[in-house]
Each structure stands twice: as structure tokens, then as C-alpha cells.
Design a protein around this ligand. Structure first.
Ligand code: UDP
Length: 328
């Protein structure tokens, strides 16, 4: 297939691009490089463009005779979405509607959409099945849930075929450590811990030590970015016109902030000092995926399961790229 990967220069998108190329697809990347890195895109495959620019989207879809779209171009920081919701509604919601309408205008009928565990809010049941209530507690989660509804409506009315993948906590880097996670500013737990190990930060601030979890810190399901990419490639073939598929993508096992820190101490040999801080706005205590559906339907299973292996994969990238894609 000819696949346009929107946001394909970003962290998860770049790993999906690599997986698609390895699976034999013809891949183009559309990215505005606001968060993404040109260095992560295969040579000659980058189209610079904005989600807000409907004309540019239509041109890219038409010129490259695109069969399917993967859409990663969203802002994805919970605390930032709480502080600046307009940024999130504008890009994640208005931008994605623009993309869907450009697809309609050019007859591209297949999309894989990046959603999130944040659509569940504070789940009543953990591990969380896909049919659990959707009650986001932050603007980021609301923008993604709104788009899930739009996709279902577009499928019914216009015959769009789609897959929604609800990611849990993406982490790690490519196994050869040539592409990896590089956000500015960095807000995610594992890269921040590894910046402490690299001597770039003094300590880790632990946001909340009084959650109703065994050690008082938040529990998340850390899923390796190559396993996430594999889920995209598998689901792409299953999309049918007018139908939607929705899967959680997680390992099914959670790790607390303290457990991640302990794993990083073992992997890096660094003491990683921690400082307790109050809770961060918008954080549910525990988010762990039920991954039964994707394992059953797509015969997908994560190659990285233990938190230590995942941290080791991230560490290989951070150690070899202490300033990410850039220079100090
Ligand atoms: N976290 C933390 N200190 C940090 C960054 C994150 O204690 O400097 C916690 C955060 O509160 C959450 C977990 O680590 O419980 C994972 O956060 P992250 O931002 O990596 O992902 P999110 O779950 O928000 O998508």
C-alpha cells in the first residue's frame, strides 16, 4: 500500500514508518517538524505541511496516490493540555477533521488513528477493556475521544474504514538505537529518569506519592514503541470500508513510578535521586490495558514485556544520543 504517515517524523510515527517500510509498504511522511525530526525520516520521503492546511493535505494525498493514512500528528502531554486546552482542541480536533475531510475529497478511505488510554479517565476496572466507560479527566483525553466519535460517524455516513489504537505509555527506542524519543521540553517519565542518569538533571520529581496504589505512586502500562508500530502494521490490513476497529495497545501489566525508577537504577547503575512532589493535574492513579482483544484478533503480542527491558532499550538510545537528534 501507499501510506501517508502524518506526524511520521515524531516519536511513535517514525517507528511506524520504519515498520511499514520493512513490511514492504511505500511510505510518505507529512510533518510540520514542530515536534518531529527530519533526521528520523527516510531520505526523500518528507513532505513538510500543516494539518491546518487543507490544500497541502489534499495535494499530498493526490500526488502520492495514497491508499491509507496513519495519523500521529497530535499534541500528547496531559499537563500541557490542562494548561493550554486551546492548543489541543485546535490541533488534535480541528486538525484531524481537516485531515478526514481532505481524505474524503481525494477518495482516501482508510485511516489508523492514534488514540489514548486517557479516553478512559479514572477506570472502574483495571486492566481496562475496550468497552469500559469513556470519561476523560483532561483535555487531551477529550480531544482524542471526540475524534473517535467523529471517525465512527464518518464510517457510517461516508464509508470511511478506520482503526483506533488506544496507546498506553509509549516508550523505548528502535532496537538498533538509531531512532528514539526526543521531546522538547521533555515531560515523560522514562526519558526524564534517563536524563538524571546522564547527569543532565539532578533528580526526578515524583508527582504524587499518596495515590491508592501499593507504593503510593501512579501505575502505567509501558509499551515499547516497536510493539506499538507492529500493532499499526497488523491492523492496517484488517480495515474495511464503513467499519471501525478499536484496540487497546498495552502489555497488560503495569509498573509504578517507583518500580520504573528501580528498573532504571539497575539498568544504568546510577542512583537516580527522587524528590516527592504533589500530584500532577489530570493523572489517574492506574492505567493498565486489557490487551486480550488485540492479541486475539491481530495475533499481536508485545516482544518487550519486562519494564527493565523497556528501560534498557530507551537507555541505549539516550546514551548514544544524549542530546536526541540535535547538538548540545
Ligand atoms: N511522572 C513523574 N515525574 C515526571 C514525569 C512523570 O512522577 O517527571 C509520572 C506521572 O505523574 C505519571 C507517570 O509518571 O504518573 C507517567 O507520566 P508520563 O508523563 O510519562 O505519561 P502519561 O501517563 O502522562 O501519558
Amino acid at each position: 500500500m501507499i501510506v501517508l504517515v502524518v506526524g511520521g517524523a515524531g516519536y511513535i510515527g517514525s517507528h511506524a514508518v520504519r515498520g511499514l517500510v520493512q513490511a514492504g509498504h511505500d511510505v510518505w511522511v507529512l510533518d510540520n517538524l514542530s515536534q518531529g525530526h527530519a533526521a528520523s525520516v527516510p531520505a526523500g520521503r518528507l513532505v513538510r505541511g500543516e494539518l491546518a492546511d487543507r490544500g497541502a493535505l489534499e495535494t499530498a494525498l493526490r500526488d502520492h496516490k495514497v491508499d491509507a493514512v496513519m495519523h500521529f500528528a497530535a499534541f500528547a502531554s496531559v499537563p500541557e493540555s490542562v494548561a493550554d486546552p486551546a492548543k489541543y482542541y485546535q490541533n488534535n480536533l480541528v486538525g484531524t477533521l481537516n485531515l478526514l475531510d481532505a481524505m474524503r475529497a481525494t477518495g482516501v478511505g482508510r485511516i489508523v488513528f492514534s488514540s489514548t488510554a486517557a479516553v478512559y479517565g479514572v477506570p472502574e476496572v483495571v486492566p481496562i477493556p475496550e468497552d469500559a466507560p469513556k470519561q476523560p479527566i483532561n483535555p487531551y483525553g477529550f480531544t482524542k475521544l471526540a475524534m473517535e466519535h467523529a471517525l465512527a460517524d464518518y464510517a457510517r455516513a461516508y464509508g470511511l474504514g478506520y482503526a483506533v489504537l488506544r496507546y498506553f505509555n509509549a516508550c523505548g527506542a528502535s532496537s538498533d538505537a538509531t531512532i528514539g524519543e526526543d521531546h522538547t521540553p521533555e515531560t515523560h517519565l522514562i526519558p526524564i529518569i534517563l536524563q538524571v542518569a546522564l547527569g543532565q538533571r539532578e533528580s526526578l520529581s515524583v508527582f504524587g506519592t499518596d495515590y491508592p496504589t501499593p507504593d503510593g505512586t501512579c501505575i502505567r502500562d509501558y509499551i515499547h514503541v516497536e510493539d506499538l508500530a507492529d500493532a499499526h502494521i497488523r491492523v492496517l490490513d484488517r480495515i474495511e470500508p464503513g467499519r471501525g476497529l478499536t484496540y487497546n495497545v498495552g502489555t497488560g501489566v503495569g509498573a509504578s513510578v517507583r518500580e520504573v525508577v528501580d528498573a532504571a537504577r539497575r539498568v544504568t547503575g546510577h542512583p537516580i535521586p527522587v524528590v516527592a512532589h504533589p500530584r500532577r493535574a489530570g493523572d489517574p492513579p492506574s492505567l493498565v490495558a486489557s490487551s486480550q482483544a488485540i492479541r486475539r484478533d491481530l495475533e499481536w503480542s508485545p516482544r518487550y514485556n519486562a519494564i527493565e527491558e523497556i528501560v534498557a532499550s530507551a537507555w541505549k538510545w539516550h546514551k548514544s544520543h544524549p542530546h536526541g537528534y540535535g547538538t548540545p
